[in-house]
Design a protein around this ligand. Structure first.
Ligand code: GAP
Length: 456
């Protein structure tokens, strides 16, 4: 299967206002990216589609928006302070820092998973397979050491009194700590889920590949609280729903696969990723994790507050089992951009770059283009009507052909052209991005027509 070219995708993203390098005028800040006018619409639409599918359309799922800065004990309870750590190796020659598991996975082009390997096994693999530093080409690494990827900051007005606090490395802890608040106020009965979309921060050892692995990113996570005996059914159910969701947004089945984890946490019954065939090979897109009662029991232990759920039917008190579904909004945005990017050869031999984004997530649903500048008054009237319902672009600069190309590159599914007939009979042409076919419609028919094509 031919892989898309990441450089071309990055270039279109920068040139067309999807994504800019973070702090660019200061020379950038590695592995941070700013979403531009087109990119912010795309990412917001993706987040809305996720929320609609998993919260709005599911009567038993409730949303929260928890604080990023949490009581530091949360991260002791979660294991992030003392137990978790990435396997770090430094290249002695060029001093670059690497994750040993990533070195192995990249060297094997995703065919070997280092997940279940011990540090010794990873070191042995690197030696036996002559895995070299991707920066300087030497194989001269330090032994593997544990590296905590949490960013810290401090709280308090006087530095001497400052307490260390952490930028959350995942959003799900805000869902666990609010389990009983949500259950009580929503009068929710197990099984139910709590969902959240928000920023997470990780001091990644090997960030990179554009939006794939960054140090600041958004996660869309939900935790299903259920009875232990129902948990594997929910686990399987979320695997299916998670895959269906990304397929419905446009990722092709042949570019997706399930990857069951080889190594499970001691409390977990099952864990699985959905992988996508990115330009860098097969990589994790999202995770579905069976977390047992681990998280609630740890918060119960560390906070001293009971997290028990009282079943109103049986009067039984128990800690629900948790099934987690977690997907990065930025990583999904990258996957959808990769899938949508296309270069097509047109009849006259020209090529056009087109983003075949699902119309529900396309940044602009429609562009209004007056054929000539002296039609701009009428075009602005049409823009005023359409923009009440949809994100619309307006463009009167350059030839109509060039304007179509610009809209194709940012994935606008429809272009409405105002010509001299519009002044006579209130009709316009509407051009379809994918087929490039045009039909003529009355201005009054435009909104229902576009609406009928963009539902998700
Ligand atoms: N609460 C579970 C959790 O955070 P994870 O596998 O570490 O699990 C879940 O992360 C998802 O978040 C990943 O599948 C990926 O989509 C996204 N993600 C994780 N780290 C990321 C990073 N550094 N940059 C972009 N997205 C990331």
């Amino acid at each position: 299967m031919e892989l898309k070219n990441m450089d071309k995708i990055v270039n279109v993203c920068k040139a067309r206002g999807f994504v800019f390098p973070g702090s660019e005028i200061y020379g950038g800040f590695a592995n941070t990216w700013d979403f531009g006018p087109v990119g912010v619409e795309l990412k917001n639409n993706i987040k809305r589609a996720w929320w609609k599918r998993f919260v709005q359309e599911d009567a038993n799922t409730y949303g929260v928006d928890a604080a990023i800065l949490m009581n530091p004990t949360v991260w002791k309870a979660s294991g992030h302070v003392d137990s978790f750590g990435d396997p770090k190796m430094d290249c002695k020659n060029c001093k670059t820092r690497h994750r040993a598991d990533t070195l192995i996975e990249n060297h094997s082009k995703g065919t070997v998973s280092a997940e279940a390997m011990t540090n010794e096994e990873m070191e042995k693999y690197i030696e036996e397979h002559d895995v070299r530093c991707p920066v300087c080409g030497k194989r001269d690494f330090t032994p593997i050491r544990k590296f905590n990827p949490m960013f810290t900051t401090s709280r308090g007005t006087l530095e001497a009194e400052a307490d260390t606090v952490y930028l959350r490395p995942e959003t799900c802890q805000g869902e666990y700590v609010n389990f009983l608040n949500v259950q009580r106020t929503a009068r929710a009965k197990v099984p139910f889920a709590i969902a959240q979309i928000g920023k997470s921060f990780r001091n990644e050892i090997t960030p990179g590949n554009f939006l794939f692995r960054t140090i600041e990113f958004e996660q869309m996570e939900l935790q299903k609280f259920c009875k232990a005996e129902d948990s594997m059914n929910f686990y399987e159910d979320y695997k299916v729903r998670a895959k269906q969701f990304v397929e419905d947004l446009g990722l092709k089945d042949e570019h997706l696969r399930f990857h069951d984890h080889d190594k499970l946490a001691h409390y977990a019954k099952a864990a699985c990723d959905i992988q996508y065939l990115f330009p860098i090979g097969w990589q994790e897109l999202n995770g579905i994790h069976h977390r047992g009662t681990w998280d609630l029991s740890r918060h119960q232990e560390f906070s001293g507050k009971s997290m028990l759920y009282l079943d109103p039917v049986t009067n039984e008190k128990f800690l629900p089992t948790v099934i987690e579904y977690s997907i990065g909004a930025d990583r999904l945005t990258l996957a959808l951009l990769c899938e949508a990017y296309d270069e097509e050869t047109l009849e006259g031999g020209d090529t056009r770059v087109v983003m075949h984004l699902h119309s529900a997530i396309a940044p602009y649903k429609v562009a209004v283009l007056p054929l000539q500048k002296n039609l701009s008054d009428k075009a602005k009237e049409v823009f005023a009507i359409l923009s009440k319902q949809f994100m619309c672009d307006y463009d009167e600069a350059g030839s109509i052909g060039k304007r179509y190309r610009r809209e194709d590159e940012i994935g606008t599914p429809f272009c409405v052209t105002i010509d001299f007939d519009t002044l006579e009979d209130d009709t316009v042409t509407i051009r379809d991005r994918d087929t490039m076919q045009q039909i003529r419609l009355k201005i009054s028919e435009l909104c229902p027509y576009i609406q009928s094509k963009i539902s998700f």
